[in-house]
Design a protein. Sequence first.
Length: 246
Amino acid sequence: MRVDIVTIFPEFFDSPLGCSILGRAQQAGIVQVEHHDLRDYTDDAHRTVDDSPYGGGAGMVMKPEPFFRACADILGGEEAPVVLLTPQGEPFSQQKAAQLAAQERLVLLCGHYEGVDERVREALVTDEISIGDYVLSGGELAALVVIDAVVRLLPGAVGNDQSPVQESFGDGLLEHPHYTRPAEFEGRAVPGVLVEGNHERIRRWRRKESLRRTLQRRPELVGRVELSSEDHELLKEIWQEMSAGM
Ligand code: 6GU
């Protein structure tokens, strides 16, 4: 996969793209991430990327021409999703990450100031993404979040090919609790079922704790997953334990 980022802060990306899974995935040739300085696509001596809004008011609006030139240069007639990172976008999700991970190329446009000229949205952008209901000073951090979530789904990016599906949201539920050695730490013991080594009991315990955690922290997610008959049994047990104050 190839990802092109268009930004007014290209330096922003050097360090995060160099470490961890993102760094290794690039080294391994699984993904190529390039960033482009939007100011390189201006045509005035001041390299102007913004201007005052038509109709007046506070704040500045990002000009359309540099974005159009940047995309024409980057894509050279090729088709690819062009994603604008903006708080007005569709809420980012694991499902959206999986959809983007299936693409050969992605172009990410980082918005700033009060916004981006609407014609960029109309004629250039195919997808608008927000990473949550809070305001960031620019789309750069959001672009990094999207890239991280997408790249780790690419085959070979995460050491164990199974782990991306097993974890939280891969199956729509939050993860069960995890433990490692020691078996007892400061008076807190690891649940016996995990130590005993009965794999069927361990599987059932994990599923139940995954359901319990999701029910407690993100109840709205439980309604969105397909529940098996075992899940219904486990939910009944959890409900009875909760009623009994356990
Ligand atoms: Cl994508 N951009 C900005 N500026 N703020 C945000 C965001 C994006 N997602 C959440 N807040």
